[in-house]
Design a protein around this ligand. Structure first.
Ligand SMILES: Nc1ncnc2c1ncn2[C@@H]1O[C@H](COP(=O)(O)OP(=O)(O)OP(=O)(O)O)[C@@H](O)[C@H]1O
Length: 258
């Protein structure tokens, strides 16, 4: 179930953000961080892969061209979490997750759907939110419910746009662990746009760094996230050091003059 991007051009009203972007194939079971400075195109890339923006070129999942699938088939293949938080609607979390699951797996029995929902609420540690209305939740709580809506569908490809932006440290770790488990157990692929380079270093199998001008580099986190790349791409002087547990961490020292 590999993901291949070949000559992908995507952008807005004849203004491409990426022109003919080609990446090495992404293997099943991979969690890939999509990083890069503000406005470089992380969200645009995820939307282009999801088929939410006009795109040319090829996006193939397990050899199948995603953009050629009918919407009903595509919804079974990919789960997209947009950057804006789910709206504060007067629906309880359980209903919204139930609808998301049914949209992608409508042949499944009600009992199987209910088991899948319970498993996702447990994995994310949000059972206590199941019967609460989104209208009465905090931003972080709504972000967790949005993530549950994606995970419950068990899609082979997950496209998560800054899924931890509203979360405290406990929930950030919970989410990354849940996504990593989902990718490994189901041999799925997750692309996670993020500004958190330390979470990328710690949890991801690959990092895709997008740089201004549409350039992209992908590789093992420590091989890619070097001080030279951070200077070139983010305009910062930074070090990669190891904490007492041996995890690599980025220490950003100062902005460089551009
Ligand atoms: N709806 C739109 N119409 C036209 N241009 C857009 C639209 N949305 C984004 N852009 C432009 O596309 C470029 C990439 O934006 P995108 O949102 O993909 O960046 P990003 O890397 O996700 O940024 P951030 O880290 O700030 O969320 C930017 O120059 C932005 O101004």
């Amino acid at each position: 179930m590999s993901l291949e991007l070949q000559r992908l051009t995507v952008g807005y009203r004849r203004q491409p953000v990426f022109r003919a972007l080609t990446l090495p194939a992404i293997e099943p079971g991979s969690l890939v961080a999509v990083v890069g400075p503000n406005a470089v195109g992380k969200s645009t890339l995820l939307k282009g892969i999801a088929g939410l923006l006009h795109a040319s070129g090829q996006v193939r999942l397990n050899g199948q061209a995603l953009h050629e699938l009918a919407p009903a088939q595509r919804v079974t293949q990919l789960g997209y979490l947009p950057q804006p938080l789910p709206q504060a609607v007067p629906l309880v979390a359980y209903e919204t997750v139930f609808s998301a699951c049914r949209a992608a797996r409508n042949g499944e029995s009600r009992a199987a759907t209910e088991r899948a929902i319970e498993a996702v609420f447990d994995t994310l540690g949000i059972r206590q939110l199941a019967l609460r209305q989104l209208a009465e939740m905090s931003g972080g709580q709504r972000q967790m419910v949005g993530l549950a809506q994606v995970l419950v569908r068990r899609p082979p490809l997950m496209l998560l746009d800054e899924p931890t932006s509203a979360l405290d440290l406990h929930w950030q770790l919970n989410v990354l662990e849940a996504v990593r488990t989902a990718t490994r157990e189901r041999a799925a692929i997750a692309l996670v746009a993020s500004h958190d380079l330390n979470l990328a270093l710690r949890f991801c199998d690959r990092v895709l760094v997008l740089s201004p001008g549409g350039r992209a580099e992908m590789g093992a986190p420590e091989a890619v996230l070097t001080p030279a790349l951070l200077a070139r791409t983010y305009g910062i002087e930074a070090r990669i050091e190891r904490c007492s547990r041996g995890h690599p961490i980025v220490l950003a020292d100062r902005p460089l003059a551009r």
